[in-house]
Each structure stands twice: as structure tokens, then as C-alpha cells.
Design a protein around this ligand. Structure first.
Ligand code: CMC
Length: 428
């Protein structure tokens, strides 16, 4: 992987560090020997210049707005593939044959039920608990149900744990919703596709037939596909870090869910829609744009900006089109959609946002679609977690299979007091 070196000179002592090449994208300087050579660490809070691992799953070029899964562009996958196929691709590295896809889909379908005892965990939550809180708890609790999945050194057991997680996440998410609205849990149906089954578990009630709208299934499947994986983002890095100690995979995914919940990450879709509702009418947009620009105001335009994408978010492009289709086809007429359209236009033409390269991200449009479909805002991040589970387990598997991977253990720049002697309380 290396054909040239970087030279770092500290106090006149120059040492070589290998420069490693990936397939595409920036090269990396291998600084693993830096501490041994110099007694110094690198300093990079927020990991803006740090590659924490090598990975063959997902590639992002933030300047060009490119997102590839195993080499395939996200727009092609979103338009032509399906969430099940993309899941197979992420887990196995190649697109499946027809038979492989059928087998994989059947396997996932047969793991969708959860142990009946799991329902008691739901009942332990207050009925108004946030569904992300429920999801963190219930997914973590799954680790207690699958003792056979704890030998993470066995690839077969890792595979079964991965399938279970991908399969059960829609059931767990739908149950979180049902619990919050006081409706009975709906069991999975094996005759439905992954996405149609999720919608049925979420929106059907025993009292009447629920007609699954193919427009909604298609939009939902695209949303899942667009959220399936995204390189070493905060929640994925959390899953990898938790997994690097050899922890149970269900517990690792629960850690990822906790990280995703934050408004700077997956929680942005909920925050973006709440913001649109707070703005309420188009005439109030300038007030919020002014607040976003004000250095003394912590307010940010939710659904705008991205750590990596500095041109546009390729997922947002697909999502914007899907939002338009869904709103048209469902004939939804909610004033917040006018606010969203106008806000997008104003922000895209405002010098502050242009200069800082702040564009609408995937979460700006996904909230609009999910709201039109009928999901309450608290469910938005749950849906993100459901979809991202495949990325988390694929990344976790990749990490465990990599012999070079050690426990994740960053160091620090210590700024606390230097050593001092303890003073008894009566002398302080
Ligand atoms: N509204 C107003 N100003 C912003 C925004 C925003 N949404 N985002 C960044 N800025 C400004 C920020 O104030 C800073 O200005 P200055 O240079 O004058 O201090 C500059 O842009 C750079 O911001 P940063 O916080 O240093 O950038 P970052 O790369 O650390 O943060 C981000 C990226 C996504 C956390 C941030 O843009 C943000 O908070 N956006 C809103 C939340 C959001 O939509 N998150 C979803 C991301 S996409 C889905 C996902 O990955 O989960």
C-alpha cells in the first residue's frame, strides 16, 4: 500500500512515516510509530484529519459530492436497487445474483420476529417515552437473548447476529411506535417485503385492513437505502469503538443508536422538522436565517451543513426528488412543506451559507417525506437507526475480521493540574 514516505522532523530528528494509498481518495500518513519515535501524539479533536481504520465498504468525496457503496454510486443504488440488495452488497462486497438475493431476503424475513418476552421491556417505559430511548434499551436488551451470538470470533455467529439485527430492527422500531400511540403490537408478516412489512407493523391495526401504498413503500425503501451506510461517521465509529473491546454485537449497536440520537447526527431529521414547524410560515424565514448567522446565538439551521460534504450531499439530491414525488402522489398539503421549499431557496442563495458551503443535507428532505407518510417526528431518528443498522453491522464485521485491528484507545493532550500533594480537608 505504500510507495513513498512523509518526513516529520522533531527537534532536528527527522523520521520517515509511510504514506499509504487507498483505491481512491486521500492518502494517509501512517503515524503508528510516532509515539515510539518522538514521545508525542497527534492532536485532532473531532477527527477532522484522522483515518481511524481502513475500510472497503463506503467511499465519500465530500468536495465532489460522491458517495459509493462497494464502488456503486448512491444515486444508482437508490434509483435502481432495493434496500435488501444494498444490505447484501454492504455485507458481502458484491451485488447478489437473483438466487443469492432471494436466499438473503428469505433469511432476513425469517428472523423478523422478536422473543415474546421482549414485549415486557416496552411495558417498563412510560408511554410517552421517546422511541429512541426505547430503541437503545430494547436493542441493548437483545444481547441477553442471544448467548450463541457472543462468540464474535466465529464468522458464522457474526453472520447470524448481523442477520438478526437487520431483521429485528423494523419489528423493534414498529413496536416502539405502537407503544407510544397505545396500539397493540403487530406481528411481522413473511409474505411482505422488508419495507412493506415494516409499514404494516407500524400502521396497521387489528380493527381494519391496512392497504399498503406502493408509492410509500418505494419512498421508504429509498430512505432506507440512502441511510444504509456512511463511512466512519460518529455512530459508526461508536459501534467500531465499542466492538473493538470484543463487546456483544447487540450492545455495540445499542451504543451506535445512542450516538445517532444527537441532533448534530441522526437526530437532525427530527430537529429539522421541528424547526420547520417552529418557523411555521414563509414570512418568518428571514428571522431564522438571521439567527443562524448570529455568532452569539447557538441556533443552527437543522438539516444544513455536513462535516464531509462541502459541495452537496448526493443523498439529498435523491431525497429532494423523492420528496417532490411523494408529496405530489400523496396529495399532501401541509404549510411546512412550503416553508421547507422557501427556506432551501433562501439559504442556497445567501452569501453566509454559500461561503461556509452549507447545503441542505439528507435529513432536511427525509423529514419532509416521513411527515407526509404520517410518521410523528420522534420516529424519524428511529427510522435512520433501522436503516443504518446494516452499515453498523457490516463495519463491525469488517473490523472484527481485520487482524490488524486493536482495541480503540485514543490518547489526549492533558491540560489538568500537574502532580500535587493531597491536603487534608481541615487544612484546605
Ligand atoms: N446553520 C448555521 N451555521 C452553520 C451550520 C448550520 N446548520 N452548520 C455549520 N454552520 C457554521 C458554523 O457556525 C461554523 O461557522 P464559523 O466557521 O463561523 O464558526 C461553520 O459553519 C462550520 O461549522 P462546524 O460546526 O465547524 O462544522 P462541522 O463540520 O463540525 O459540523 C454539522 C457539521 C453537520 C454538525 C453542522 O453543519 C451542523 O450542526 N448542522 C446542523 C445539524 C445537521 O443537519 N446534522 C445532520 C448531518 S447529515 C446526517 C448525519 O450525518 O447524521
Amino acid at each position: 500500500m505504500s510507495d513513498n514516505n512523509a518526513i516529520l522532523s522533531v527537534g532536528g530528528d527527522a523520521k520517515d512515516y509511510a504514506i499509504l494509498n487507498g483505491t481512491v481518495g486521500p492518502q494517509v500518513i501512517d503515524v503508528r510509530k510516532l509515539y515510539a519515535n518522538t514521545g508525542m501524539f497527534t492532536y485532532d479533536p473531532g477527527f477532522t484529519s484522522t483515518a481511524s481504520c481502513d475500510s472497503g465498504l463506503t467511499y465519500i468525496d465530500g468536495d465532489k459530492g460522491i458517495l459509493l457503496h462497494r464502488g456503486y454510486p448512491i444515486d444508482q443504488l437508490a434509483e435502481q436497487s432495493s434496500f435488501m440488495e444494498v444490505s447484501y452488497l454492504l455485507l458481502n462486497g458484491e451485488l447478489p445474483s437473483k438466487k443469492e438475493l432471494e436466499d438473503f431476503t428469505r433469511t432476513i424475513t425469517r428472523h423478523t420476529m422478536v422473543h415474546e418476552q421482549l414485549t415486557t421491556f416496552y411495558r417498563g417505559f412510560r408511554r410517552d417515552a421517546h422511541p429512541m430511548a426505547i430503541m437503545c434499551g430494547v436493542v441493548g436488551a437483545l444481547s441477553a437473548f442471544y448467548h450463541d451470538s457472543t462468540d464474535i470470533n466465529d464468522p458464522e455467529q457474526r453472520k447470524i447476529a448481523s442477520h438478526r439485527l437487520i431483521a429485528k430492527m423494523p419489528t423493534i422500531a414498529a413496536m416502539a411506535y405502537k407503544y407510544s400511540v397505545g396500539q397493540p403490537f403487530v406481528y411481522p408478516r413473511n409474505d411482505l417485503s422488508y419495507t412493506a412489512n415494516f409499514l404494516n407493523m407500524t400502521f396497521s391495526v387489528p380493527a381494519e385492513e391496512y392497504v399498503i401504498d406502493p408509492v410509500v413503500v418505494d419512498a421508504m425503501d429509498k430512505i432506507f437505502t440512502l441511510h444504509a451506510d456512511h463511512e466512519q461517521n460518529a455512530s459508526t465509529s461508536t459501534v467500531r469503538l465499542a466492538g473493538s473491546s470484543g463487546a456483544n454485537p447487540f450492545a455495540c449497536i445499542a451504543a451506535g443508536i445512542a450516538c445517532l440520537w444527537g441532533p448534530a447526527h441522526g437526530g437532525a431529521n427530527e430537529a429539522a422538522l421541528n424547526m420547520l414547524r417552529e418557523i411555521g410560515t414563509v414570512d418568518r424565514i428571514p428571522e431564522y436565517i438571521a439567527r443562524a448567522k448570529n455568532k452569539d446565538d447557538p441556533f443552527r439551521l437543522m438539516g444544513f451543513g455536513h462535516r464531509v460534504y462541502k459541495n452537496y450531499d448526493p443523498r439529498a439530491t435523491v431525497m429532494q426528488k423523492t420528496a417532490k414525488d411523494v408529496l405530489e402522489k400523496l396529495g399532501v398539503n401541509d404549510p411546512i412543506f412550503d416553508v421547507a421549499k422557501e427556506l432551501e431557496q433562501i439559504a442556497l442563495n445567501d452569501p453566509y451559507f454559500i461561503e461556509k458551503k452549507l447545503y441542505p443535507n439528507v435529513d432536511f428532505y427525509s423529514g419532509v417525506i416521513l411527515s407526509a407518510i404520517g410518521f410523528p417526528t420522534e420516529m424519524f431518528t428511529v427510522l435512520f437507526a433501522l436503516a443504518r443498522t446494516v452499515g453498523w453491522v457490516a463495519q463491525w464485521n469488517e473490523m472484527i475480521s481485520d487482524p490488524a485491528q486493536k482495541i480503540g484507545r485514543p490518547r489526549q493532550l492533558y491540560t489538568g493540574p500537574a502532580q500535587r500533594d493531597y491536603v487534608p480537608v481541615e487544612k484546605r
